[in-house]
Design a protein around this ligand. Structure first.
Ligand code: EPU
Length: 409
């Protein structure tokens, strides 16, 4: 792969920011929103709640003048991220009835920490018939610890932070998620008139305000899309310039790429990625930010199948995020799973095969492996890919990859 690619807006920042527009009855304008099935789906959720929404050329305009607080199972079931409408609904309407999201292929994905946070703000929580009912006469600030068994929670922090913006008094979230997407949300909320300090650190303080107003915001670039292209460049022994990414958001991945003998060079506001020499094995453990992101684990595993030596990849965030292992094995990789770790014995050539995508990042990993493999690879169920990568096939073709979107049967 050779050439340059532009990074789109961040999916995981855009989703809670779209939900945050429910906090005001005034119009909001969001720019650099990636056109993905997940963001389009969030737009449909906002519309189903009564908001007027337009989505054109990366700009979303939302006017949530009058909204209802009920989000149906049919809506929430399709995208787990839709749970982050609960916080804004509870804050604005003092009542939210949102279907409980199910688990997904990467793990059980409970929402106990979201609910713990709402309860700490004085909400009464009831779970009945697959729905969570949160109601409060009024929300009152409180101090809470939102750390869970795998560390902090990204959407849990986002949800509670949004709920607390309109609560009376001061809320302190301890063990808050530090991800850049949480910081971006805090910036948008502050632009709406909220009073949030400490986002990006494990302690976030929110001083409640009586009302939020409309605001404009530009979503941060997608750090996971950027690292996916960086890994793809290294896997194909190419040289790719990545425009519009913020390297400070994915230092842990750059560090591992460097350990793997990949050069990541800053050039102005862009990054140039290429191999320095033969790929080297390295070990990875996924962790909350600023550790190595779970959302880059699968792509990195594809890379390590190409590096001579043994790499141990340990997944600490989601208990079953190794569905790509059996598919990579079908392409000739030597990978064994032992508890939370995958042991990758790299250096064997990959050969193309029909494979099945199981989740968003696994699909990206299989596309990367397919580009590095000899022969043809057919990645099935690419609707997973379309949830989180804007025009990935088009962008990859622009870099010289031989990739085609074929109608799914
Ligand atoms: N957890 C709990 N209780 C909770 C919430 C989470 O135990 O109430 C656990 C989870 O089961 C998991 C860990 O905490 O073990 C972290 O989960 P987190 O809540 O941080 O995940 P999330 O907010 O539901 C977001 C991203 C994911 C990304 C994770 C981790 C969105 C829409 N999703 O999910 O993105 O993997 O953070 O960084 O922001 C993806 O884009 O492919 C994706 C899956």
């Amino acid at each position: 792969m050779h050439g340059a690619v532009n990074i789109s807006g961040s999916k995981n920042a855009a989703l809670p920011i779209l939900a945050a527009t429910l906090l005001t009855d005034e119009p909001c304008v969001l720019r650099r929103v990636p056109n993905l099935s997940d963001t389009r789906f969030m737009v449909r959720i906002l519309e189903s709640l009564g908001a007027e929404v337009s989505f054109k050329n990366g700009t979303v305009k939302v006017h949530a003048k009058k909204i209802s607080g009920f989000a149906d199972y049919e809506l929430v079931r399709k995208m787990r991220g839709s749970i982050c409408i609960a916080g804004p609904l509870l804050a604005r309407l003092k009542t939210a009835r949102v279907s409980l999201p199910g688990g997904c292929i990467i793990g059980a994905r409970p929402i106990n920490l979201h609910l713990k946070g709402f309860a700490a703000l004085g909400a009464k929580i009831k779970i009945e018939g697959g729905y969570v009912d949160a109601t409060a006469k009024k929300l009152k600030g409180g101090t809470m610890f939102l750390g869970g068994r795998a560390g902090s929670t990204v959407l849990g922090t986002a949800n509670v932070m949004m709920a607390a913006t309109l609560a009376e008094g001061v809320t302190v979230i301890e063990s808050a998620a530090c991800e850049p997407e949480v910081v971006d949300l805090a910036h948008f909320l502050n632009a709406m008139g909220a009073n949030i300090a400490g986002a990006g650190s494990p302690t976030i303080t929110i001083t409640g305000v009586a009302k939020l107003h409309g605001a404009e915001h530009e979503v941060i670039p997608d750090r996971i899309e950027a690292v996916t292209f960086a890994v793809a460049a290294a896997a194909t022994n190419g040289e790719v310039t990545i425009h519009g990414a913020r390297a400070e958001h994915f230092r842990a991945v750059i560090d591992k790429l460097e350990e793997a003998n990949v050069l990541v060079q800053r050039s102005g506001s862009s990054l140039v990625v290429r191999r320095k020499g033969a790929l080297k094995a390295a070990d990875i453990t996924t962790l909350p930010y600023s550790g190595f992101p779970t959302d880059a684990q699968a792509q990195m595993m594809s890379l390590f199948t190409l590096a001579k030596g043994t790499s141990i990849i340990t997944e600490r965030i989601f208990e079953s995020r190794f569905m790509h292992v059996s598919e990579l094995t079908r392409m000739g990789a030597d990978i064994e799973i032992e508890g939370p770790s995958a042991i990758v014995k790299g250096g064997r050539p990959l050969s193309g095969a029909p494979v099945m995508a199981s989740d968003l990042r696994a699909s990206a990993a299989l596309v990367i492996a397919g580009m590095a493999a000899s022969g043809e690879t057919q990645v099935n169920r690419i609707y997973h890919l379309d949830r989180g990568y804007e025009q990935m096939d088009v962008k990859l073709r622009g870099l010289g990859a031989k990739i085609q979107r074929v109608q799914e049967k």
